[in-house]
Design a protein around this ligand. Structure first.
Ligand code: OOG
Ligand code: NI
Length: 349
């Protein structure tokens, strides 16, 4: 496949360790992502370090990938990689659907409950290409049409290669094709440029040491700063760091947060809290040599709260299996905008 443009190789600050992932393919995915996401470096260096012991404790709640929903590629292409690695697809009812964005999504988790403590969930979405204009479909067919004709094993090899290289299983796109897709769907433009490189990791705030144990002011500040329906239990009964406190630390470190629907995206049950920084913009080398700064990857933060049926458990007994599971369409719809906001920032320059 095409080599990564040199501009994308950014060294993390010395001593800045990314929490490891124990599946080699996913570890490699993470290394490419870390190298091209300067904002992850800021998070690990300036936000999680002072007063937050053990960066390794800040596990990966999930990874997220984006795909073209065409034969051979799309969600099923990652399913073929993930299932042999020990993952299983989780069937949400109803399925996660984003009609306005022409997207569908699903997620995977380690089949072995013990492995779920160590391995991230994987959120995978696909754009419903047949709903795009004929011109956009033609651009996508030129990039990904080979997969419909190729044997399944060859598609698997190409997709795995793109994952390992953090790139696309097609040549670097021409700038005009990227712009044509961007005009219609920022998601489609992102996939054309970045393919199977990781869109984001979401760091699990609920696995951090409790913020209330290190700061006496956090329980009151968290309840006053949350504008959304909050769970009946107080934040101190939930494991980990409070997302509103964490967002304030991100902002103090100079990071722009995705403001769509409020800084903290809250599920209707009040138990899944998410926020994200706006994506980094990085130099990208298009086919035929054109260069442009474009929206790349971002970092998300998740706080999963305790399920009501486990409210009586002692704090030290609470594990991830006692917390809100899965994803939420309303939250995800807003989190998707983290790259759109970065793309718009470029248009204003
Ligand atoms: C995925 C956005 C949704 C979540 O955790 O709900 C998401 C994307 O931007 O590709 O990550
Ligand atoms: Ni996410």
């Amino acid at each position: 496949g095409p080599a990564l443009p040199r501009e994308l190789h950014i060294t993390l600050p010395p001593g800045c360790k990314v929490p490891p992932v124990t599946v080699p393919v996913l570890h490699q995915v993470l290394q490419h992502y870390a190298a091209r996401t300067p904002r992850l470096g800021v998070v690990l260096e300036r936000v999680t370090r002072p007063g937050w012991p053990g960066v390794e404790a800040l596990g990966h709640d999930h990874f997220a990938f984006r795909t073209f929903g065409v034969p051979g590629l799309g969600i099923s292409s990652l399913e073929r990689v993930l299932v042999p690695l020990g993952y299983e697809r989780v069937a949400d009812t109803p399925p996660l659907a984003f009609p306005a964005k022409k997207l569908a999504a699903t997620w995977f988790r380690a089949a072995d409950p013990e492995a779920r403590r160590r391995l991230p969930r994987v959120f995978v979405s696909e754009i419903q290409v047949e709903k795009l204009s004929p011109r956009a479909q033609e651009v996508i067919r030129r990039a990904g049409g080979w997969a419909a004709a190729a044997p399944a094993e060859e598609v698997l090899v190409q997709v795995t290669g793109a994952l390992l290289a953090g790139t696309t299983p097609w040549p670097a796109p021409h700038l005009a094709d990227y712009e044509l897709l961007m005009a219609e769907s920022e998601y489609a433009g992102w996939v054309l440029a970045h393919g199977y490189s990781l869109n984001h990791t979401a760091l699990a705030l609920h696995r951090l040491p409790s913020s209330s144990s290190s700061s006496s002011s956090s329980p009151s500040s968290s309840s006053s700063s949350s504008s959304s329906p909050s769970p009946s239990s107080s934040s101190s009964s939930n494991p980990g760091a409070d997302i509103s406190d964490f967002n304030a630390r991100l902002q103090a470190a100079g990071l722009d947060l995705n403001p769509e629907g409020g800084l903290v995206k809250v599920s209707p049950d009040g138990l899944l809290l998410q926020s994200a920084v706006v994506a980094d913009r990085l130099g990208f080398r298009f086919g035929c040599g054109a260069r442009r700064d474009i929206a790349a990857a971002y970092v998300e933060f998740v706080q999963r709260l305790r399920l009501p049926q486990y409210s009586d458990l002692a704090a030290e007994q609470v594990g991830e299996e006692h917390l809100r599971e899965g994803f939420e369409v309303g939250n995800a719809d807003r989190i998707f905008e983290s790259t759109t906001l970065a793309a718009a920032a470029g248009a204003n320059q």
